[in-house]
Design a protein. Structure first.
Length: 267
């Protein structure tokens, strides 16, 4: 009986010495391991193969990182060749994936088929639901404008890119603002694009093609647009299309700038 009690006491002391908090167990886990392996030195020798495995795993991880890095550099070179700018640089302003995706999407969409057709009733109702972020909410559509867009005198045309409705162009009196008057030999032009597609540099490419396709409607020697004076984005689009000679105009709705260009000659 004394020997049993002594063994239990010894096991408990071992448990406390190892610090493994197994007071409730009769035999310490560390002592059981020692008893199977023979000694702590043997325990260290058993651990050596696992250290080697760890080093191998580390080398594998480094090799995988090198492989991924090489793949990334190769794909970057491919993207630069396909989607890069004229100097081969990929725009990386801000977040790289976002900037690259926008650049790639712009180029892919500029290669897509662009069609111009009369605006349908469904498309006019869709335009009436367009909502822009401030300050461009000035151009938000409304249900009252549906009948105006469908009026043949305003000649609203839908712009489709790869079969998707992206915006419209109008040629007629609805492109004018209050205080502005139609003139002989002048085609007044207006346009609008889906809110989620604005600010990406797409409008200038699409408009250039759309206006070329509308050449039958644009027979006047002069073409004219009117843009809100604060709307530098639309003004930049108009300037890229060759509109110039700004003329200021002020009415109850605010300040405007009238830009004009001569009818492009067929190339």
């Amino acid at each position: 009986m004394d020997s049993v009690y002594a063994r239990r006491r010894t096991d408990t002391s071992r448990a406390l010495c190892h610090g493994c908090a197994c007071r409730a167990k009769r035999v310490c886990r560390a002592d059981r391991w020692d008893s199977r392996r023979g000694s702590k030195a043997r325990l260290r020798r058993v651990a050596l193969p696992w250290e080697a495995v760890g080093k191998s795993a580390l080398n594998l991880k480094r090799g995988r990182e090198l492989l991924v890095g090489g793949w990334f550099l190769g794909m970057t070179a491919l993207f630069r060749a396909v989607f890069g700018d004229s100097d081969g640089a990929i725009p990386i302003a801000g977040n790289f994936p976002t900037a690259w995706w926008h650049s790639a999407r712009r180029r892919l969409e500029s290669w897509s088929v662009i069609e111009v057709r009369p605006l349908s009733a469904a498309e006019a109702r869709e335009v009436a639901l367009w909502r822009y972020e401030s300050p461009y909410d000035f151009y938000d559509g409304s249900e009252a404008e549906v009948s105006v867009m469908l009026d043949p005198v305003n000649r609203y045309c839908a712009v489709h890119v790869a079969g998707e409705f992206v915006g419209y162009v109008c040629v007629g009196p609805d492109a004018l603002v209050s205080g502005q008057h139609a003139g002989p030999g002048i085609n007044d032009i207006g346009w609008g694009f889906r809110p989620d597609l604005t600010g990406r540099g797409l409008a200038s490419r699409w408009l250039r093609t759309a206006l070329d396709l509308l050449d039958d409607l644009l027979q006047a020697p002069t073409q004219r647009v009117v843009i809100a004076a604060w709307n530098q984005r639309s003004r930049a689009v108009a300037l890229s299309l060759g509109f110039g000679d700004p003329v200021p105009l002020t009415n109850a709705d605010g300040d405007w700038v009238i830009l004009s260009r001569s009818r492009p000659t067929a190339s």
